[in-house]
Ligand binder design. Structure first.
Ligand code: IVH
Length: 668
């Protein structure tokens, strides 16, 4: 492709990707599937590779472009990053209001009340619309330049509309955080890898931003809520209005923000959120109350430590006291042994808790846990209960300490602690607990999705030695199933049929189902896009995989390790022999019916999800685009197709309905 057309397509792709980043990450209103998005990203990165001189600092591909850094440089904040004073009850809040009232001597004033996001404070400096750097708060005067890491966060715009901003320099401040779900996912991986887990989402966000390898940070799926500016741009005179302004510039602003006429309204709003905080997908540790008018903020001023125009209202920590009854040592699919506390059931933020994770051996020792101890528990990420500390003064003199077992609780192989890990592992790959864990994952939703193969059935199959790994599932006979507990004719037939059906699952699902550490659904899809078949994936080394867009060294190493293990190769051989799909769909149908065509999907489809339809198009050699242009070859219009269809009609692009689409891709 010549340089001019490449340039044109590159800017179109960048615009489109930025638009979808904003829709997905800032507004939570995605319009295209992950598969379509990845397609756009891949195309952009291909074109930029062919024309390196066209790479721009604010191109979406530059979010994860950096190599590991030797350390962080320091930056001086244009204006000091202050902290907030805390209040803990209604009375404190009323006192704050009185101080504000006094300071403003008779003027009327309003407050803006926001959620206090429990994350890491950062400052983002935009010069002439381009993100120049991003930094931590540090000591308030100087912070670490963590630009490379912050650029991996897709809700942080790399550039803002400079003309629109009309401000040559804009310092935006906000809170980087990790959602509760991501926190759980991250700790799950850490646990399986034998690494120390994070105590809460804030520590996880802080730990992630401190990493020197931006590619590793990109895996963490951090996000941001912006909540203010370093210095006040001339044309804005109220905070509430400034938040709208920032939102319009493309920043992610928390939608739960309230303009209050007086302190009673403030207190009401705080109380509401104290009740509702569990419904959020991220942690808040309180509320922030700010005087709305910038002129009044200025008048009130600040101490060296915190502004007089704002205050934090902190929620009480939600903890409970209970007693440790016993400890169970549970085994995951990677052989890591996790101590789990059985507790005297106790009410904690809306549920009864009777189990809590104790993480690992180091944590057991650090807490000096003894059987029968009275303990304080808390929910990490408000979801997973954990023991925070022991009330030693309540301990019985004869209490025995909790220690890790020396042998695997499932197969009695001596446990090992590997160099650089905190976990004790059972290294016996045939250990029944691990075998069960791997099969459960293989059969689970999002993996091979085998109906009727839940933990209870897996337990029976392994215990009866009918299967030793998930490769054996495909040799199961109905006659072998019938003697199993609660397995009638019908359920045996259904199970065999579900196993059979799973052979046709897409290649990316097969990759995901293998349970390779770090390879979640998204990484699996990237791998399936990049490699024709399992053999070429197995042959690719860590380096080749690390370079794939969106993957990193941790994925690369983990994939390489997986395919080096002869036991895994044996299981793969079984899958191959039984006819499980080991090839990418697109390679199966090269020269497909949509070869070279750009297809746009619009409106609701009945028979497919967006993702499935996109996959079909790709498998037939087509590319999926999210907007109609002269280059569009075909528009598939479902129900309520909207503006894309109108545009297609205007441009004379061919439009087909779902029925015709099905006929086409399925060769009916
Ligand atoms: S405004 C002068 N708004 O809480 C400081 N801060 O404990 C103005 N935080 O350092 C900060 N959510 O990092 C503000 N909606 C919000 C916030 C928020 C979280 C953090 C911020 C600040 C810390 C103070």
């Amino acid at each position: 492709m010549d340089r001019r057309s490449a340039q044109k397509e590159i800017s179109q792709l960048r615009r489109e990707i930025n638009k979808h980043d904003r829709l997905y990450y800032a507004l939570a209103r995605p319009e295209i599937s992950d598969g379509e998005y990845d397609g756009l990203m891949r195309r952009l990165s291909e074109l930029e590779k062919q024309h390196p001189d066209l790479v721009a600092p604010d191109s979406p591909t530059q979010r994860v472009a950096g190599a590991p850094l030797p350390g962080f440089a320091q930056v001086k904040h244009p204006a000091p990053m202050l902290s907030l004073d805390n209040t803990y009850n209604e009375e404190d809040l009323r006192e704050f209001d009185q101080r504000v009232g006094k300071g403003l001597a008779g003027q009327s004033y309003r407050y803006v009340v926001e959620l206090k996001i429990d994350g890491v404070a950062v400052s983002l400096l935009y010069r002439n619309g381009l993100l120049e750097y991003g930094a931590t708060r540090g000591d308030g005067a100087k912070g670490d330049d963590i630009s490379a890491n912050l650029k991996t966060i897709r809700s942080i715009p790399l550039s803002i509309h400079a003309a629109n901003a009309g401000i040559p320099e804009l310092e935006v401040r906000g809170e980087v955080y990790l959602s509760k779900n991501e926190f759980i996912r991250l700790n799950d991986i850490k646990q399986q890898e034998g690494q120390a887990v994070f105590a809460n989402p804030r520590n996880a966000a802080a730990g992630s931003l401190k990493q020197l390898d931006p590619r590793a940070v990109a895996q963490r799926k951090l996000s941001i809520f912006v909540h203010g500016m370093g210095s006040l741009p001339g044309k804005l005179d109220r905070h509430y209005q400034a938040m709208k302004f920032l939102k319009n510039l493309g920043f992610k602003v928390n939608p739960n923000i309230e303009l209050c006429q007086d302190i009673s309204q403030v207190i009401d709003y705080c109380n509401q959120w104290e009740q509702k905080r569990d419904a959020l997908d991220y942690e808040i540790d309180g509320m922030v109350i700010k005087v709305d008018s910038y002129a009044q903020q200025k008048q009130l001023g600040a101490t060296s430590h915190s502004p007089r125009w704002a205050i934090a209202y902190k929620f009480p920590a939600r903890q409970a006291v209970t007693v440790l009854r016993s400890v169970e040592f549970s085994l995951g699919r990677t052989g890591v042994v996790t101590p789990v506390a059985n507790l005297e059931p106790v009410q904690l933020s809306g549920s009864v808790v009777s189990r809590a994770t104790l993480h690992n051996d180091d944590e057991l020792k650090r807490k000096d846990l003894h059987y029968g101890d009275t303990v304080i528990i808390e929910k990490a990420g408000e979801i997973i209960p954990q023991v925070v500390r022991v009330l030693v003064e309540k301990r019985d003199k004869k209490a025995r300490p909790v220690v890790m077992p020396q042998d695997c609780p499932a197969c009695h192989t001596p446990l090992k602690r590997l160099e650089g890990e905190v976990a004790w592992r059972c290294e016996n790959v045939s250990c029944p607990a691990q075998v069960k864990g791997r099969i459960e994952h293989f059969a689970s939703r999002g993996a091979m999705d085998i109906d009727g193969l839940g933990p209870a059935v897996v337990e029976l199959l392994v215990a009866q030695e009918l299967i030793q790994d998930f490769g054996d599932l495909y040799d199961l006979q109905k006659t072998a199933l019938l003697p199993l507990e609660r397995m009638g004719e019908k359920s045996a037939d259904n199970l065999i049929a579900a196993i059979e059906k799973s052979k046709g699952n897409p290649f990316r699902r097969v990759i995901y189902s293998l349970g390779i550490i770090h390879v979640g659904t998204r990484a699996a899809r990237e791998l399936a896009n990049r490699f024709e078949d399992m053999d070429s994936l197995a042959a690719a080394g860590c380096e080749e995989i690390s370079k794939i867009y969106g993957l990193g060294p941790a994925v690369g190493q983990s994939v390489e390790n997986f395919f080096r293990n002869p036991q895994n190769l044996k299981v793969l051989e079984k899958l191959k022999r039984s006819g499980v799909r080991m090839k990418s769909e697109s390679s199966v149908k090269s020269g497909g019916i949509l070869s070279g065509m750009t297809v746009v999907l619009t409106g609701g489809l009945e028979g497919y999800t967006r993702e499935q339809a996109a996959e079909l198009i790709i498998s037939q050699g087509g590319a999926v685009s999210s907007s109609v242009s002269k280059k569009t070859s075909l528009v598939v219009a479902g129900s309520d197709p909207g503006s894309k269809m109108l545009k297609a009609e205007k441009l004379g692009v061919k439009i087909i309905d779902e029925k015709e689409f099905t006929k086409m891709v399925k060769h009916l």
